[in-house]
Write a protein that binds this ligand. Structure first.
Ligand code: PFF
Ligand code: NA
Length: 457
């Protein structure tokens, strides 16, 4: 316990935490969610969820990692004997996410190169499902799609390579490169996007508030879901990362910085995406609303079908714009993949007392093999199913169980509050306890029931 690995610098930790948080969820999940949930009015439930659930839970997870100095299973087990399983459960969810996250990053690598010649041609949608995924060539689960194998291998080699080098020399170095680079590339994209013709229409479609939507409970559920997924909460990640913090660390402040940085990035992404969609609507002489309804403005469809179409129409150097977009996806994705993979690397090496390298080879190798499943013809539908399942049940349930187990059953909240307060100038008061013990579980509980009903109906 004494010679536990540590971050080299505070900025190193913050960049790693932001690297985990800022991911595909910011670039293709947030813009669509906000747009569908009241546009500008979404800011109300969104900020509420950030301030009463997101940041308070982030503080809790940072405190747990810092105080108990272990991967999620170990830390939870130290809080209360018998709660180790909760850590393993979260680690298992992270493991599953990592297997398909890797494949999406591999696709983005291919598309970054395709950008230069606009390889997707006149009909990017047909290209994606046909030529690229080869969905037409076989029924359900066909053979492997060979062209994805090399980039997929590269994704795993990069991820596991950094992880093998350890916390300071590997994870920290990776994020110190990836995150500043990501911010620069993304800023260029956004500046280009907002200067396109039609951008203003896109932005006004995105920001125009539909205030009446605030009365819709589903909008609140969407806000909580976004915050949890986006901040990588309840997936064993933040506990693991904060377990490498040095003794002298300002926990509460770090949580606020991470939370606000992540939200800033997703609002920026919303601006970039909708400016680009506004441009597309302008080209087709249609409205943003019409376009969004027909084509969708989120997820895999946005990235690999809608965006290539936009890229092809950009005046000037379209290839560059496309490259920057897909390179951003790759950087944001890799830094998140590193964090989810670290949850099981840390957990396995602690539990079975094996070296980091062995845990990397074992855990990462297994995840790598499983990820081949999505690189088959028909892999997209498996990916969609798994992703839907994680989003519907993983996110809310995981957060709910964590709070009920730790904040209520283990009665750890008072100790955690004192611990956090010893580290920071920002004093946690009773509001923090109320957020965790009362507000958040009520909303998450409602969310679970709601999702269950939707699923069964
Ligand atoms: N927080 C990341 C995002 O917003 O894309 C993604 C993520 C990483 C979600 C790891 C969940 C997770 F376990
Ligand atoms: Na995020």
């Amino acid at each position: 316990m004494e010679n536990r690995a540590q971050w080299g610098t505070r900025v190193g930790f913050l960049l790693a935490a932001m690297g985990s948080a800022i991911g595909l969820g910011n670039i293709w999940r947030f813009p669509a969610t906000a747009y569908d949930s009241g546009g500008g009015a979404f800011i109300v439930p969104y900020l509420f969820a950030l301030l009463t659930a997101g940041i308070p839970l982030l503080i809790m997870e940072y405190t747990i990692g810092h105080k108990y100095r272990g991967s999620a299973p170990k830390s939870f087990g130290r809080i209360k004997k018998g709660f180790e399983w909760l850590g393993w459960w979260q680690v298992a969810i992270s493991f599953v996410i990592s297997t398909y996250y890797a494949v999406i990053i591999a696709w983005a690598i291919m598309y970054a190169f395709y950008s230069f010649n606009l390889t997707w041609g006149d009909d990017p949608t047909a290209f994606f499902v046909g030529d690229f995924l080869e969905l037409a060539d076989a029924g359900a689960i066909g053979g492997l799609v060979p062209k994805v194998l090399l980039p997929l291998l590269a994704v795993w080699v990069i991820t596991l390579g950094f992880l093998a080098r350890g916390v300071k020399k590997g994870i920290e170095v990776a994020n110190k490169i990836f995150i500043p680079l990501l911010v620069v590339l993304f800023l260029i994209i956004v500046v280009r996007a907002v200067t396109l013709e039609g951008a203003a229409d896109g932005l006004s479609a995105f920001f125009t508030p539909e205030w009446n939507r605030i009365a819709d409970p589903n909008v609140w559920v969407a806000a909580y879901g976004q915050i949890f997924f986006s901040l990588s909460i309840a997936f064993a990640i933040m506990v693991t990362y904060s377990s490498y913090l040095p003794k002298k660390s300002d926990i509460t402040n770090n949580a606020f910085i991470t939370g606000f940085a992540n939200s800033s990035f997703e609002i920026l992404a919303g601006i970039g995406v909708f400016a680009a969609v506004g441009f597309m609507a302008f080209q087709y002489d249609t409205s943003v609303g019409q376009l969004a309804a027909e084509r969708g403005v989120g997820g895999i469809g946005l990235a690999f079908m809608v965006f290539p179409e936009i890229v092809s129409q950009i005046p000037g150097i379209p290839g560059l714009f496309g490259f920057l977009f897909f390179a951003s996806l790759v950087l944001a994705g890799l830094s998140s993949l590193i964090s989810i993979t670290e949850t099981y690397v840390a957990a396995v090496s602690e539990k079975f007392n094996v070296s980091r390298i062995k845990a990397v080879l074992l855990g990462g190798g297994l995840a790598g093999v499983i990820s081949l499943l999505y690189a088959t013809r028909g892999g997209l539908s498996i990916l969609d199913t798994v992703d839907h399942f994680i989003n519907t049940f993983g996110v809310a349930l995981s957060g709910l169980v964590e709070i009920v187990a730790l904040a209520w059953l283990a009665r750890s909240i008072k100790g955690l509050k004192e611990h956090a307060n010893q580290t920071s100038d920002i004093m946690l008061g009773n509001w923090w306890v109320v957020c965790l013990q009362v507000i958040t579980p009520i909303v998450l509980g409602y969310m679970m029931v709601q999702n269950l009903i939707l699923e069964l109906s």
